[in-house]
Design a protein around this ligand. Sequence first.
Ligand code: MSP
Length: 491
Amino acid sequence: MGKFYITTAIDYVNAVPHIGHALEKLQADVLARYHRSRGDETWFLTGTDEHGAKIARAAEAAEKKPEVFTNETSEKFAALKEVLNLSFDDFIRTTDEKRHFPGVELMWKKLVASGDIYKKKYRGLYCVGHEAFVTQKDLVDGKCADHEKEPEVVEEENYFFKLSKYSEEIGKRIRSGEFQIVPEGRKNEILSLIRSGLEDVSFSRPRKDLSWGIPVPRDPEHTIYVWADALTNYLSAIGYGRNEEYAKWWPADVQVVGKDILRFHAAIWPGMLLSARLPLPKTLFVHGFITADGRKMSKTIGNVVDPAALVEKYGTDAVRYYLLREIPSGEDGDYSEKKFKERYNTDLANGIGNFISRTYQLAHMFQAGSDEKIIEKDVQFKAEATAHLVDEKIQEFKLNEALEAIMDFIRFGDGYVNKTEPWKLPLSDASKVTWNLIFIAEKVSELLMPFLPGTADEIAKKVETMKNPTYADGKFGNPKIPPKPLFPRLL
Ligand code: MSP
């Protein structure tokens, strides 16, 4: 038992949430729930990133004041808590003057105190989509490859952060595993960038060009660079700049981010932390990207998938299951309605749902026949092996493989019913089989808990009923009426 501090990237509020944002928050949620269940004192932070040119322009396009616009969109991200049954403990907004600003100001002062902030005239190509300067080699036909827009030529006097000074130290910490980057491929990607030498980063924009942000302490003519502002959320939320509480949680045990922002989290952020003389996070877990029908989600194509709409149609746990099982953690994956329905019917309706309802019906028929609760050796063995494998997979951040192990256990349970055919056995033997099935159902409920908390609860309630039948004749309900399915089949 220890402490477990987990964070996600904070989402830009220029547009509403999509299933890519949902995927990341769900992955972090599984890890948080898992650690809580193991008795670790857990803190799960998420939030929204609300400053910078991208947001200021989105507000302008919506003809709203940035304050009003960001309030409205940020709420939609915060609402994912209910939509997806997320267990985050805190939600930080970078526009929060009381909680976030003091942390950013303190961070800035620490960088200055270390001699790592200097002023420089600069000419560069700025990609608003990235909220970062890009170089010619990032462009395809003169446009940013990710955002398909031409960067803007910016010539201004900025404050710079001496990231180059920390290049070697960051590389050392990553190579030694002190700062772990998962998966291995992402670690190698950042190490190769570091090998070519990290360059200093522009850390401010002139206020006259960008006023939507936090002013540079003692030089309000400049606005702190949106990434320097945003990255500091991981500290400001837990008290940095306001009190000493942050030392209880920092360093983060796991930071979950997408592959597109690896460089910010594995180079700039550790550089800032080293400069501010703070420990580096223990692990950075980098997930892949989710496409819709094989294409990047985009407003122009009109294929942006709204997690709230999916949940409305199929339910929270169905959406949690799809995103956590279909998308290999750490790699890219795809959403399509067809694949969603296939997964749902195979794994949820015919898999988990059917096994639980079979068990329930068999318990109806046979459970009262014997008090002998003998768990067979191979059932016990399979349960233990599954629990072990699930633990291992979660610790390796292979959440989809952990779910697959649970599904395999359910298939084992189905196989056990098919093999023993309890309906052909004398009542006392049928009852023994039933106890084994109830045991499997209970283990399934425990294992599913971090992934599908709602379903795990429902199964746990059914297990309670099966273990303690309340009807006078020792049975419960009417065996002729099958229980409501956990996951009705989709057509
Ligand atoms: N605001 C920055 C992060 C600042 S963290 C200090 C940002 N915001 S974002 O809204 O563009 O992305 C938020 C997170 O969602 C990132 O980790 C990003 O990788 C992830 N995703 C955005 N689109 C995604 C997919 N299509 N698929 C999976 N994750 C995606 O970057």
